[in-house]
Design a protein around this ligand. Structure first.
Ligand SMILES: *Cc1c(COP(=O)(O)O)cnc(C)c1O
Length: 492
């Protein structure tokens, strides 16, 4: 592509994107397409034999995406913990792709490598974690948690697990976490050779926080029966309800038993930057490792996760090899960082740039304000749900609300009514999600199917929060009127 063509196609694209961003709140959240609708849209043509001019191609493709996507940047997208993307992040990805450094090794990406290292230190600083830590950027929360899991395995197994494998230890290793933990943990236990039977699920209290009394008991029991505890996972902002485990107490248990203490802060860790943060959230600073997701509350476009480990060499201990085909020597006094030795990837993109630019564009103050605003909106949402007769509030933690629609004549709480309410709320959610008016997700607490709103969105305003209860009630009434007699012919 000649420079002139690049310039004109690029300018037009930027204009097109600016129009899109400016108009996002006037669009539906989603077109609500089925897989068949989307396949039809793309057609079934085989691989193009011949190319097309870039200008028309870019114009058509942008239009296709703007018309038929789900917009997590929409002010009424309050679904999963998938945030609005900061526009500077889009520009950052554009710039990163143009320079295209391979951030696997210092020599291939001198500036980008050090910008990533600086980004990692700034993220640590923001959440109150020691800035002497090791760390790197990865694709998201799952990968960040995996990296920390592998570092824990290497650090805590008493034999050379990297050479001999997990089975060579002839032990039954044990990992402790509450049932509220995200499913990355099952994947990690499976992928890294322990098997999901190594996971010991700790009870939670009424607020869905890990019971440290149960944690202590299960560790003692396991030690008695010859099993080998090595890792405890606490969550700072759980995926369902935003709950934070009692991290201070868990840290003390880990110290006493010499266990690795990992905190999954994919969602909640940045909230530790707020003044007046509860001590339990602040206590993520005591962890041996922390996972943070810049593509959540730091508003980086997908994908950006960050793994932090307290011991600066914990990652190279777990991941480094020195193959003969790399000649990447550095000065002895000032050794370069070669990120391929710090994690799972070899060639790596410059995902740090969008995070680095975001942190510089708004600074600590900007993030504190945006995160505080989200939490304040969620608290306001809770008040409005409480004040709406047909809505039953459940939890409000960080920026997540759970609640459900309960028609006023159905308050009895019998099994039959509960079963119906679960169906009703699930159907309501499906319809609401497809409608494009607003987007919620769900949680299941004590077998109740709940609606869940999660505000990780700098575009969401008080107006959106005010509108939501009425929208939910309207969908609830219509759904109830349609399905109640169908499915439950007799009076409930
Ligand atoms: C989002 C989330 C994850 C998974 O992160 P991805 O970025 O989706 O891989 C893990 N744990 C928690 C607590 C999360 O909120």
């Amino acid at each position: 592509m000649p420079a002139d063509e690049f310039r004109s196609v690029g300018h037009e694209l930027v204009d097109h994107i600016a129009d899109f961003l400016e108009s996002i709140s006037r669009r539906p959240v989603t077109a609500g397409h089925s897989p068949r609708d989307v396949r039809k849209l793309l057609g079934h043509a085989s691989l193009p034999e011949h190319g097309l001019p870039a200008d028309k191609l870019m114009r058509d493709t942008a239009e296709l995406l703007f018309r038929h996507s789900l917009f997590n940047g929409h002010p009424r997208f309050l679904g999963y913990i998938t945030s609005s993307a900061a526009p500077i992040g889009a520009l950052a990805d554009f710039l990163a792709a143009a320079v295209n450094p391979n951030v696997g090794a210092f020599t291939l990406s001198p500036l980008a490598t050090e910008m990533e290292a600086q980004t990692v230190r700034w993220i640590a600083e923001l959440i109150g974690y020691p800035t002497t830590c090791g760390g790197l950027l990865v694709s998201g929360g799952n990968m960040a948690n995996f990296v920390c899991f592998v570092a824990a395995r290497k650090a805590k197994f008493s034999w050379d697990v990297r050479t001999a494998g997990v089975a060579a230890g002839n032990i039954i290793p044990r990992v402790y976490a509450s049932g509220e933990t995200h499913t990355w943990l099952q994947k990690a236990a499976d992928l890294f050779g322990l098997g999901t039977n190594s996971l010991c699920w700790i009870e939670v209290d009424n607020d869905l926080r890990m019971k440290t009394s149960d944690l202590k008991k299960r560790i003692e029991d396991d030690k008695q029966t010859g099993r080998v505890p090595f890792l405890v996972v606490g969550t700072a902002g759980s995926v369902s309800t935003g709950t934070t485990d009692p991290l201070r107490e868990i840290a003390a248990v880990c110290r006493e038993h010499h266990l690795w203490f990992h905190v999954d802060g994919a969602y909640g860790a940045p909230a530790a930057a707020l003044p007046g943060t509860p001590p339990d959230l602040k206590a993520l600073a005591e962890a041996d490792s922390v996972a943070v997701d810049p593509h959540k509350w730091l508003y980086a476009p997908l994908e950006a996760g960050c793994a932090l480990v307290r011991g600066p060499s914990a990652l190279t201990d777990a991941f480094s090899y020195h193959p003969p085909y790399y000649h990447l020597e550095g000065g002895e006094e000032d050794p370069p960082i070669n990120y391929y030795e710090h994690g799972l990837q070899n060639s790596r993109g410059f995902r740090a740039l969008k995070v680095w630019l975001g942190l510089r564009q708004v600074g600590r103050k900007g993030y504190v304000r945006m995160i505080s605003d989200d939490i304040a909106l969620s608290e306001e949402m809770q008040r409005r749900i409480q004040a709406t007769p047909d809505l039953e509030p459940y939890t409000q933690q960080l920026s997540i609300n759970t609640f459900r629609y309960v028609p006023q004549d159905l308050k009895s709480g019998s099994n039959e009514v509960e079963t119906y309410l679960n169906e009703l709320n699930a159907e309501l959610l499906t319809r609401l999600q497809k409608s494009g008016e607003a987007y919620l997700s769900n949680a299941v607490i004590n077998e109740k199917f709940l609606l869940r709103s999660c505000i990780v969105n700098f575009r969401t305003s008080l107006k959106d929060v005010q509108a939501l209860p009425d929208i939910v009630v309207r969908f609830g009434r219509a759904t109830d009127a349609e399905i109640r007699t169908d499915r439950f012919p007799k009076q409930l």
